[in-house]
Design a binder for this molecule. Structure first.
Ligand code: SAH
Length: 395
């Protein structure tokens, strides 16, 4: 077996690795070995040569993502064993049931597989590599996925055209690494969803809002619901089942609006309570008459994708939430989210608070929401927490 390239750290730079934070920043490295290539498996040592762990090397500010601590090589069947333990966790969480067959199987660092995301829809796994190392391991991972006992994974779709660092010049092709499309419809908490992993955003569906959708369902009875940034209409379908008087779904993408229409038709064919609007969210909120809705969902795309965009992102959240506070009915409920990893829970709460204060409405926090248990956060890697939400009662 080939031995790994060794990457030696500067004195004192081993601290975070000893606490099992999986990232090695480029500034911590003494020098890179000759001939090292992006995606290589490397062994990281402290300045005295003591082995700290083994991981994937890549060019950029995060130079190594550690896969296994305290060893100079990955154990046999490393990927299979990590995937198996991820699967056992999901099964133990009660996510695999006849009425629920979609969930996140691998959440990067949260499953000790930095750089890898896998979502499951029935018998199909949709896999995304965020690091060159995971890209090169993709076939091994796909094969291991199909071997997981009881998981029943037959198809593995690899979709990394937008997730790999563009500087790596890997030009990944989206393709099936096992099986092929056989038209499965996913079931989430008993509701049906057409999932377009080939053309849709990310892996085709946002499984991370599953529990928050269920909470919305429990509050929808007798309310007029507005679902902004609806994408596949997840919140809308739950609101319908929860007994909403009416549901309006808004998205500026005509493809998203068509997906929402299809998912409503799948669960509530010919139900006159639902309407879609292909429109910009800010414009819709500005033009709609006040006091129309008493349950509003704001689940926009990440307004701050990087730390450099935090300031503008917060302006966006203030503006968006301000419009909702201005228009929501008295006694209304607002579900508001941020999925920007760079924006902390506190920053988001402050932005929403500023908007509430400016509107003059009396606002109380009913629930503080987060990502679900199939998106776990490694306690050594707090950066893994990204989804934040507030459920507010607006008087
Ligand atoms: N709430 C969804 C996920 C939202 S993803 C769910 O539960 O699955 C973000 C969505 O916002 C995308 O569908 C995108 O098309 C839409 N979007 C982005 N900018 C928008 C804008 N300015 N106005 C309306 N929709 C927008």
């Amino acid at each position: 077996m080939a031995t790994n390239n060794i990457i030696r750290l500067k004195r004192g730079k081993e601290e975070s690795l000893l606490r099992h934070h999986p990232w090695v920043f480029s500034g911590a490295i003494v020098s890179l070995p000759d001939g090292i290539e992006e995606g290589d498996e490397v062994t990281v040592t402290d300045s005295d040569g003591k082995v700290l762990g083994t991981g994937h090397y890549q060019i950029g500010s995060i130079a190594v993502r550690i896969l296994e601590f305290g060893t100079d090589s990955l154990p046999a069947d490393f990927y299979y064993n990590r995937l198996l333990s991820a699967f056992i966790l999901r099964r133990g969480l009660g996510l695999i049931r006849p009425d629920n067959n979609c969930f996140r199987l691998v959440h990067g660092e949260g499953d000790f597989l930095p750089g890898l995301v896998v979502d499951i829809y029935g018998d199909t796994a949709v896999m995304q590599a965020h690091s060159p190392g995971m890209h090169f391991a993709r076939r091994t991972i796909a094969e291991a996925l199909t071997r997981l006992p009881e998981a029943g994974i037959r198809n593995v779709y690899y979709k990394s055209d937008t997730t790999l660092p563009y500087k790596a010049h890997l030009d990944p092709e989206n393709e099936y690494l096992a099986g092929s499309y056989d038209g499965n419809i996913a079931t989430e908490n008993g509701l049906l969803f057409n999932i377009d992993w080939m053309k849709g955003q990310k892996t085709g569906f946002f499984v991370d809002q599953r529990e928050n959708r269920r909470l919305l369902e429990s509050l929808a009875d007798g309310r007029k619901v507005l679902n902004m940034f609806c994408y596949t209409g997840g919140f809308s379908v739950y609101a319908m089942r929860g007994g909403a008087l009416s549901v309006d779904s808004v998205d500026s993408s005509s493809k998203a609006v068509a997906l929402t229409d299809a998912n409503i038709a799948l669960n509530f064919p010919d139900d006159p309570r639902h309407h879609t609007h292909d429109m910009d969210a800010f414009r819709f909120l500005s033009e709609m008459p006040a006091d129309t809705y008493d349950l509003i969902v704001l689940d926009p795309p990440a307004f701050a994708k990087h730390r450099s965009a935090i300031k503008n992102g917060l302006v966006g959240y203030r503006k968006l939430n301000g419009k909702a506070f201005e228009k929501i009915k008295k006694g209304g409920i607002l579900f508001t989210f941020s999925c920007s990893q760079a924006i902390t829970r506190e920053m988001f709460r402050l932005a929403v608070f500023s908007a509430a204060a400016k509107s003059g409405r009396k606002v109380r926090i009913l629930h503080q929401l987060s990502q679900p248990a199939d998106h776990p956060v490694d306690i050594s890697h707090p950066e893994g927490e990204y989804l934040k939400g507030l459920v507010l009662y607006v008087e």
